[in-house]
Write a protein that binds this ligand. Structure first.
Ligand SMILES: C[S@@+](CC[C@H](N)C(=O)[O-])C[C@H]1O[C@@H](n2cnc3c(N)ncnc32)[C@H](O)[C@@H]1O
Length: 374
């Protein structure tokens, strides 16, 4: 029997990084196609296994796609007719393998639309919903639905899938939020871009609510994990998020703190190789050449900080990255201040730019800069 076809949605720009994770974790994945924000593949893995992926926003069972969408409202009837032709039986079984059987399921359609059309996504959802009712007669329930059919109209094409992940997977493991908290999925991909090993010293010098630290620990404890931050209240949020992710009770502030579903290898909170330090990232109290990996989401000068402040912060911070990193060490730096960070990296003689990955997150164009210590 052929493997079921899935697709995942990811933050635009991180498709290849996500594909790396799929290849590493899934049974016999076969790439079907990759496009902006989506990766289509076949895999023998059970649907439940896909919910543990960390680079992925949503997991869907592929049902079908069709073309022929035009700009005018006649396309809505086309959507209804085409959706009514697409069987969802196998996809429902895949969903039920996670949730248990649903008798007489209710459903809703969520629609996303890009391109120039005389109709909006609500109208697409209504048309597709009518198609599903034509075929299956399921009851619509917008809030308490059992099944969610997702329809994506992009220009002249329409993709139909059944959602397997109930909530966006990026919303995991954060109970304390900050003004610029990073998506966990992006944090995970940043770490993938620089690689990791168990003997490393890992630092996020502006850790905010600790998203990157939680993701690093999800890959296993490093030799040492350090979160630094200027604001005490953010540091406390980090401690709570890491503690909640790993230990049922938040660890004491000074005891050495940690994070994520406890395993046999999870040390008790007081022995965890985790430190939080209140510091200024322009002058970090860490000896030169002692850090193997740095991942940091810098202030973009929008929700946190300002361009005026960044003009002073970035050069000093990038110098500290060059100073802290051990030879061969790497850093992933995320920001939308593209010109400023590029200038700072080029000026820091101890660093070489190893790659730039443009991403689109929160409606903004940002980039992950991978640098290595030369
Ligand atoms: C974009 S946020 C990081 C968000 C974090 N990745 C998260 O998921 O919550 C940048 C953080 O840098 C901190 N920050 C700004 N300037 C700093 C400095 N000079 N030293 C240390 N931290 C600083 C801010 O307080 C803020 O929490």
């Amino acid at each position: 029997m052929p493997s079921p076809r899935y697709y995942i949605t990811v933050v635009s720009g991180l498709e290849e990084v996500a594909w790396g994770e799929l290849q590493e974790k899934l049974a016999a994945p076969r790439l079907v196609r990759m496009e902006r924000g989506r990766v289509f593949f076949d895999s023998a893995s059970a649907p439940r296994e896909l919910l543990a992926l960390r680079s992925v926003e949503n997991v869907l069972a592929y049902a079908g796609d069709f073309g022929g969408i035009t700009a005018d409202t006649n396309s809505l009837e086309h959507v209804r007719r085409e959706v009514a032709q697409i069987p969802l039986d196998e996809q429902v079984l895949m969903y039920e393998s996670i949730t248990g059987p649903k008798r007489e399921p209710s459903f809703r359609v969520t629609a996303h639309r890009t391109g120039t059309h005389d109709f909006n996504s609500v109208q697409v959802a209504a048309a597709a919903g009518a198609g599903v009712i034509d075929r299956y007669g399921w009851r619509v329930d917008l809030t308490g639905h059992d099944l969610e059919v997702r329809v994506d109209v992009r220009e002249d094409t329409c993709l139909v899938g059944l959602r397997l992940s109930d909530t966006a997977l990026s919303r995991r493991s954060r109970i304390e939020h900050g003004p610029a908290s990073l998506k966990s999925t992006v944090a995970h991909c940043m770490i993938r871009l620089i690689g990791w090993h168990s003997n490393e010293a890992f630092v996020d010098p502006m850790c905010g609510t600790g998203t990157i630290l939680v993701e690093r620990i999800a890959l296993g404890f490093p030799r040492l994990l350090v979160g630094g931050e200027r604001e005490e209240r953010m540091l406390q949020k980090s401690v709570i998020n890491l503690g909640a992710a790993l230990w049922p009770k938040p660890p004491a502030r000074d005891a050495g703190q940690g994070c994520l579903a406890p395993t046999a290898a999870t040390p008790p909170a007081e022995d965890a190789p985790v430190r939080f330090v209140r510091w200024d990232a322009r002058r970090v109290p860490v000896a030169a050449g002692c850090v193997d990996r740095i991942a940091c989401n810098l202030p973009w000068g929008r929700r946190v900080g300002s361009h005026r402040v960044n003009v002073h912060l970035y050069p000093a911070f990038v110098r500290e990255v060059g100073r802290m990193l051990a030879e061969g060490g790497k850093a992933a730096l995320l920001t939308a201040e593209k010109r400023l960070i590029t200038r700072c990296i080029h000026r820091e003689h101890r660093l070489a730019l190893d790659g730039i990955r443009p991403i689109r997150v929160g409606g903004l164009h940002a980039s992950i800069y991978v640098v290595k210590r030369v």
